[in-house]
Design a binder for this molecule. Sequence first.
Ligand code: HEC
Ligand code: HEC
Ligand code: HEC
Length: 285
Amino acid sequence: MKRFALPATALALCGAFLLTVVAQDKPAASSPAGAAPPATQAAAAPAAPAASAPAEVVCFESRKGATELTQKEIKPGLLNVKCSPTTGAALWYGDPYHGTVPMGKMPGLETIPEGQAVVRPRADKLNFLAQCGTACHNGTFPKGFPKDKRAVPIPTMEAMVPDVKELQHGRGRIWCLDCHHTTKRNMLVDHYGDPISIEQPQLLCGKCHGDKLRDWRDGIHGKRIGDFTSTGKKRWFTCTECHNPHNVQDGARNRGFVQIAPETPPQLPHGMTSAAHEKVHPIAH
Ligand code: HEC
Ligand code: HEC
Ligand code: HEC
C-alpha cells in the first residue's frame, strides 16, 4: 500500500499542475477566476472547461464535404482559421501552414527550396483509404484483380462511394484503374503504371490535363496562400481539394462546378434610400 502512496501523490500533483496550465491557456474571458490563487484555480478547473467550452466550429476550405477544418486555438488567442458565419467557408488563417507537409517532388518545380512548397494532406479526409490497400484489395481478396481497365458493375464500391455509381468523369472513356493503382489501391497511378501518392493528385490529373497542370504550376490555376514574396513559403491547394475526381461532369452541369447561390446584396450605405439609379445606364441608348 505504502509503495503506491508517493507515486500517487506525485501523479495527483502533476495532474493539478497540468490542469492549471490548461486553465491558463484558455482565453481570459472564459476564466473569470483568473485572479484567484493557483491552488483554488486548480481545484475549480475540472468543472470549468465543460461549462465554458464553446460549440465546435467547422469550416470548409474549398470543397464542401471534403476539406473540413475544425476551428481551434493554435496559440492563446490565435485561431487556426476563421469561418464565414453565412457560408461556413474558411475566411482567414491564423497560420497558413498549419497542418501542412512538404509537397513532394514535382517535375518543373525543382528550383523551389525544400520545405517552401507545402500542401495539406488528403489522407486524413478520406474515410476508406486506410482499408483500400489492406483490408479489402490486399492481393488475395476480393478474388482475382481485374484483367483489364474496362468498366464492370461494382455494387460494393457504389454503396460506399455513391459518386462512382455512374462515373461522371471523362464521358465514359475512363474508369477506376486509369487513376487508382491496380495492386496498391491506396495509391494513384501514372502512365507507366507506377504508384503516385494520394497527396500528389497533381501528378495524376496532370497526366491527362497537361494544360491545367502547367497553369497550376505557374500559379494561374488553383490557389496558393502564405508568403507572397517570390521565394517565400507557400501552401499550394492540390487538384482534389477543389475538384471531386469522381463527379467533375455530373448531371446537367456537364462540366466544372455547380453554381453556388449568390449571397444577398450588402446593405445600402448610410443615408442612401434606394439603389435604383444603378440600374439606369448613364449613356442613353
Ligand atoms: C479521374 C481519376 C479517378 C477515377 C476515374 C476514379 N477515381 Fe477514385 N479517387 C481518385 C482520387 C484522386 C481520389 C482521392 C480523392 C481526394 O483526395 O479527395 C479518389 C478516391 C477514391 C476512394 C477513397 C474515398 C474515400 O473517401 O476514402 C475510393 C473508394 C475510390 N476513389 C474508388 C473509385 C472507384 C470504385 C472508381 C471507379 C468507378 C474510381 N474511384 C474512379 C481518382 C479517381
Ligand atoms: C486518364 C485521363 C484522366 C485523368 C487521370 C484525369 N482526367 Fe479529368 N478528364 C478526362 C477526360 C477524358 C475528360 C472529359 C473531357 C470532355 O470530354 O469534355 C475529363 C474532364 C475533366 C473535367 C471537366 C472538364 C471539362 O472541360 O468539362 C475536370 C474538371 C477534370 N477532368 C479534372 C480532373 C482532375 C482534378 C483530375 C485528377 C484528380 C483528373 N481530371 C484526372 C481525363 C482524365
Ligand atoms: C483552388 C481550387 C482549384 C484547384 C486547386 C484546382 N482547380 Fe481546376 N478549376 C477550378 C475552378 C474554379 C475551375 C473553373 C470551373 C468552371 O468554370 O466551372 C476549374 C477548372 C478546371 C478544369 C476545366 C473545367 C471546365 O469547366 O472547363 C480542369 C480540367 C481542371 N480545373 C483541372 C485541374 C487540375 C488538373 C488541377 C491540379 C493541377 C486543378 N484543376 C486545381 C478550381 C481549382
